[in-house]
Design a protein around this ligand. Sequence first.
Ligand code: PHB
Length: 397
Amino acid sequence: MRVTRRVAVCLPLAAAALGIAVFAAAAQNAAPETIKIGLVMPMTGTSAAVGREISDAAKLYMAQHGDTVAGKKIELIVRDDQSVPDNAKRLAQELIVNDKVNFLGAGLTPSAMSMAPIATEAKVPTVVMVSGTSVVTERSPYYVRTSFTLGQQSGIIADWAIKNGSKKAVSILSDWAPGAEAGKVFEASFTKGGGQVLDTLKVPLANPDFSPFLQRAHDLAPDTLFVFVPAGQAGTFARQFAERGLDKSGIKLIGPGDIVDDDDLPSTGDALVGVVTAGMYSAAHPSQMNKDYAAAYQKATGHRANFISVSGYDGMNLIYEALKKTNGNTDADTVVGAMKGMTWESPRGTISIDPRTRDIVQNIYIRKVQKVDGQPWAIEFETFPAVKDPLKEAAAN
Ligand code: PHB
C-alpha cells in the first residue's frame, strides 16, 4: 500500500520531468546541428589577393582548431563578389535564404556597406574581416570588426613624422572611402603638429598607374610622401616608385601598413627599404604565436602571412570563441553580446572588441622596412598599445 501510494505521487512528477526532457530535446533539434559561415570576398579581379588571403587564413584556422565547436559542425562557404557591391548584397541574400548561413564574413568597404541592411534585417552576425573604413561597423548592429581602421594607423604615422622632422607632405591616396579616411586623419594630425599638406592626389582604384601622380608629387618637392594603396597594390606601387627614382630622392615615404603589405614585400627588392609605416601586423612580429602562425600560413599557402590574412584568422577565432560562450546558440543578439568586450591573443598581439562600438582595439606598431636574410621585412620598433578607432572616439567625446 505504501509503495503504491509513493508510485502514485511520483508518477506525475516523473512524467513532467520526462516532458521537459522531450521539450528540451526538441528545442535542441530545432537548433542547427551544422553552423554555416558564409564569406563574401573578392576572389577574382583587382582585389583577388584579398579574397585568397581571407579564405586561406579561415581554412588554416579550421585546420588547426577543428571543425566542431560547442558540439556543432562548422561549415565554411566562400562566395566571390568580384569587388562589386551589388554582387555582395545578392550573395549575402542567397547565403541567408538558400544556404541558411548563421554567420557572414564581410570584405571590402563598398561590399560590406551594401550587405549591412541584409545582415540587419535577417539578424545575421557578421564579422568585418577586411574593411578599414570607420563608418562600416555603424551600418549594422550585427557587424563586429576584426580588421583595422585606416584612422588607427594614419594619425599615429602623422605624429611620428612630425616628431621626426617632417614639415611639408604630399598625400597620394587610392580614390575610395578608405583612402579618403586615411588622408583625412593624416592631414588633421599632421597640420595639428605644425606640418603642411601641399597637395592630395587621388589615384583610381582599379588598375592604378601611379607614375603621373608620383611625378607630380616629386615636382612639389615635399620632404614627406604619405601614401595609401590597398592590399594587393603595394607591389605595383613599389615598382613605379623605384622606376621614378623616388626611392633615391631623399623624400621620406610613410603611410599606414598597407604600402608594405607582406604579401607583396618579398617581390619589392630594395624599393621600399627604409620606408616607415604605422601598421597593425607585420609577418616579422616577434612573438612565438606569430612565428608559428606565419610559418603555418607560409607552409599551407606558399605566401607570406599579411595583415589581411590575420584579420580573417582572428575573425574565425571570434566566431569560434563566441560560440563557445553561447554554447552553440547562434541568435544574433546573443552572439554579438558574447563578442562585445572579448579579448584574445592574436598573431598581431593582444586584441579586443570594443563593447561600445563593436570595433577592434589593437596595438599599432611603427615599423621600418629592413632586409633580413636578403628579404625585406617591416621591422617593428615602437608600439602604441590598445588603439581604438580615432574617428569613433572623436565623435563620442
Ligand atoms: C577596405 O576595404 O576598406 C580596405 C581594403 C584593403 C585595404 C585597406 C582597406 O588594404
